[in-house]
Design a protein around this ligand. Structure first.
Ligand code: PAF
Length: 282
C-alpha cells in the first residue's frame, strides 16, 4: 500500500489502473479510522479492483469555533488499518495541496443543506461539497463509499453527483455501533468515562423512535417527544436538534409516510454527536 500526498501522484496512479480497465473505489475520510470506516473500505475492496482511501481533515467544513485543530489525527494507525482492510493507496494531502494560495471556488447547494446539521453548522456542507467534488475530480473512481451515520451528508452528495453529472456511483453503508449501541465516531474519543456513558441516550432515543414506528405510530410529534424525553433526562446531554424529515427534501414532516429520516445532533459535554434512523416506504 502506498501513501501519496500530491494530486499529480494519485491521479496518475488511478489513471494507470483505469487504462488497464480496472475498477476503482474511493473512500473519503478525515482519518482517525474506526470500524465504521473499515466497513466502507472492506465493501469497496469487495466491489472494486483497486481502492483509494483519502485521509484529509478538511478545514473548509469546520466553523470558526469548531474542532478543526483538536480533530484527532493518527496517520500511522490509519495506514495499518487501511492496509489490513485491503486498500491500495492512501491519499493524504497537505491543506496547501488541496487549497493552494488564491483558492476561490466553492460548491454550494440550496435546500437540502439548509436543514438539520446545516442550520447549526452554516458553512459545513459547502466545505463538504467542495472537498468531495475535488476528490472526485482528482481520483476518477467508479464508486465512492459514505456512511449512513452522516445521512444528510450522504443525501447531499447523492444530489450533488446527480445535479453536476459526476461520473461516479455513490454507495451508502450502514451505521456501525459499539456493542452498547453508541454509533462509532472519531469524535467519541473526546468523551470522558462519564460522558461516554451519557452518550448512550442517542442510541436509546433512536431505538425508542424505531420501536414506535414499528408499532405503527405515525405522528412525528409523538415520536419526537418520546425521543427528546429520553435525551433530556440525561443531565450531561443537550439537544441541538431531533427532527423527522422527508429524505428527499429534508423538510420537516408531521406524519411518517414515504422515505423518512429521523436525525439528531446532541451535545454530550462539549462533544457534538449525531445519530439517526431511516424509515423507507415499503
Ligand atoms: O464524512 C467525512 O468524514 C467528511 O465529511 C468527508 C466526506 C470525508 C469530507 O471531508
Amino acid at each position: 500500500m502506498k501513501i501519496l500526498s500530491t494530486v499529480n501522484e494519485v491521479r496518475s496512479a488511478v489513471k494507470a489502473w483505469k487504462k488497464e480497465g480496472k475498477t476503482v473505489g474511493l473512500v473519503p475520510t478525515m482519518g482517525f479510522l474506526h470500524e465504521g470506516h473499515i466497513s466502507l473500505i472492506k465493501r469497496a475492496v469487495e466491489e472494486n479492483d483497486h481502492v483509494v482511501v483519502s485521509i484529509f481533515v478538511n478545514p473548509t467544513q469546520f466553523g470558526p469555533n469548531e474542532d478543526f485543530e483538536a480533530y484527532p489525527r493518527d496517520l500511522e494507525m490509519d495506514a495499518k488499518m487501511c492496509e489490513e482492510a485491503g486498500a491500495d493507496i492512501i491519499f493524504h494531502p497537505e491543506a496547501s495541496e488541496m487549497y493552494p494560495e488564491n483558492f476561490s471556488s466553492f460548491v454550494n447547494m440550496t435546500g437540502l443543506t439548509d436543514a438539520l446539521c446545516g442550520k447549526s453548522r452554516p458553512i459545513h456542507f459547502q466545505g463538504v461539497c467542495t472537498v468531495v467534488s475535488k476528490l472526485f475530480n482528482i481520483i476518477p473512481a467508479d464508486n465512492a463509499y459514505f456512511g449512513e451515520k452522516d445521512a444528510q451528508q450522504l443525501a447531499i452528495i447523492k444530489r450533488m453527483v446527480k445535479d453536476l453529472n459526476f461520473d461516479i456511483t455513490i454507495k451508502g453503508c450502514p451505521i456501525v455501533r459499539e456493542s452498547d449501541g453508541l454509533a462509532k465516531s472519531s469524535r467519541n474519543t473526546y468523551l470522558n468515562a462519564e460522558e461516554r456513558q451519557a452518550a448512550l441516550v442517542l442510541s436509546k432515543a433512536v431505538n425508542c423512535g424505531k420501536e414506535m414506528v414499528a408499532a405503527g405510530e405515525k405522528d412525528a410529534c409523538t415520536i419526537l417527544t418520546a425521543m427528546k424525553d429520553i435525551i433530556n433526562a440525561e443531565p450531561l446531554a443537550r439537544i441541538d436538534y431531533v427532527e423527522m424529515v422527508d429524505m428527499n427534501t429534508m423538510k420537516n414532516i408531521d406524519t411518517v409516510s414515504g422515505d423518512v429520516l429521523c436525525a439528531m445532533a446532541v451535545f454530550v459535554g462539549k462533544t457534538r454527536l449525531i445519530d439517526n434512523f431511516i424509515v423507507l416506504e415499503d
